[in-house]
Write a protein that binds this ligand. Structure first.
Ligand SMILES: Nc1ncnc2c1ncn2[C@@H]1O[C@H](COP(=O)(O)OP(=O)(O)OP(=O)(O)O)[C@@H](O)[C@H]1O
Length: 278
């Protein structure tokens, strides 16, 4: 069994590869949110956000600073649970499973919905151990050779193997910033997630490392559903097939990326795209 390529049915994944060119509306919905509101204490940060995230495509969240993009992203794998005073209402489903079901195991949820943060945050361990840690704690490898295979395959999928194959037992923190971010992506991939959330994954990187990550995101969408928060409209246009525009805690408009950038319906979206707000 390929434990790396996500937990969906592999045969279905392969036949679906051609779906890369399909319209988004034909895609199965991986994550669906309905009327999601988030409060930090008394303050409401998000208002009734309802959106469907299509399978094996990149969905980007854009909007001016403070509009709630990261807050909404963190709802999807319950990272807001870790913020004191944060409260989420509404409904979020992953493949039909209620993400906020109290009986749901949050550690298991976060292996199904991985996350990559703004600043690369490898563990203070070797490159190998950074990847092997998740599969070990989730019991995904029965032997050392299984584990080796997961490590190598995850590094390959993250486009990092060739660069680090001779330094697998050196500290992950010794890699360049762009390599560290790909290491974090490999770490997320290693536990076979269905969805990968990326919160401004290139904001700490130079243009060359950014281009490498963008290419990688484009490759990863063959096997994973990706949601990315970005400040860069160019990046959203380059990497995503679906775009959602947020303003002041509300989802103003969402649709195919090309349509949002060339023919937005709402004036607020137009103003943002034209650089008049944000
Ligand atoms: N931990 C927190 N406690 C209280 N308020 C918060 C917290 N995190 C975010 N907020 C508030 O929620 C609102 C949305 O913030 P959020 O970080 O989600 O926006 P964003 O669109 O991702 O912004 P940016 O692009 O600047 O990262 C803001 O008003 C912010 O001040």
């Amino acid at each position: 069994m390929d434990m790396i390529a996500g937990r969906g049915n592999m045969a279905e994944q392969n036949t679906d590869k051609a779906a890369k060119v399909d319209t988004l509306s034909d895609r199965r919905v991986r994550v669906s949110t309905r009327d999601v509101c988030v409060f930090y204490g008394e303050k409401q940060a998000l208002y009734d956000v309802s959106i469907d995230v299509p399978d094996r495509a990149v969905t980007s969240f854009i909007g001016p600073s403070g509009c709630g993009k990261s807050t909404f992203l963190r709802c999807i794998n319950r990272m807001n649970d870790t913020i004191e005073g944060a409260r989420v209402t509404g409904k979020i489903d992953l493949d039909g499973d209620d993400v906020y079901d109290p009986s749901l195991d949050v550690v298991e949820l976060r292996s199904r919905i991985g996350m990559v943060f703004q600043k690369p945050n490898p563990f203070p361990k070797s490159v190998y151990e950074n990847i092997a840690y998740g599969p070990k704690i989730h019991g995904l490898a029965n032997s050392k050779s299984d584990l080796d295979e997961i490590v190598v395959s995850s590094l390959r999928k993250a486009g990092l193997f060739e660069e680090v194959k001779d330094r697998l037992h050196e500290p992950g923190t010794g890699l360049s910033g762009g390599q560290q971010q790909r290491l974090c992506i490999a770490r997320a991939i290693a536990v076979g997630p269905e969805v990968i959330l990326m919160d401004e994954p290139c904001s700490a990187l130079d243009p060359i490392a950014t281009a490498v990550i963008e290419e990688l995101i484009d490759e990863l969408r063959e096997n994973f559903t990706i949601v990315i928060v970005t400040h860069s409209m160019q990046q959203a246009a380059r990497v995503s097939q679906k775009t959602a525009f947020f303003h002041l805690g509300k989802l103003i408009e969402e649709g195919p990326t090309e349509q949002i950038f060339t023919n937005p319906v709402h004036k607020q979206t137009q103003d943002y795209i034209m650089g008049r707000i944000g």
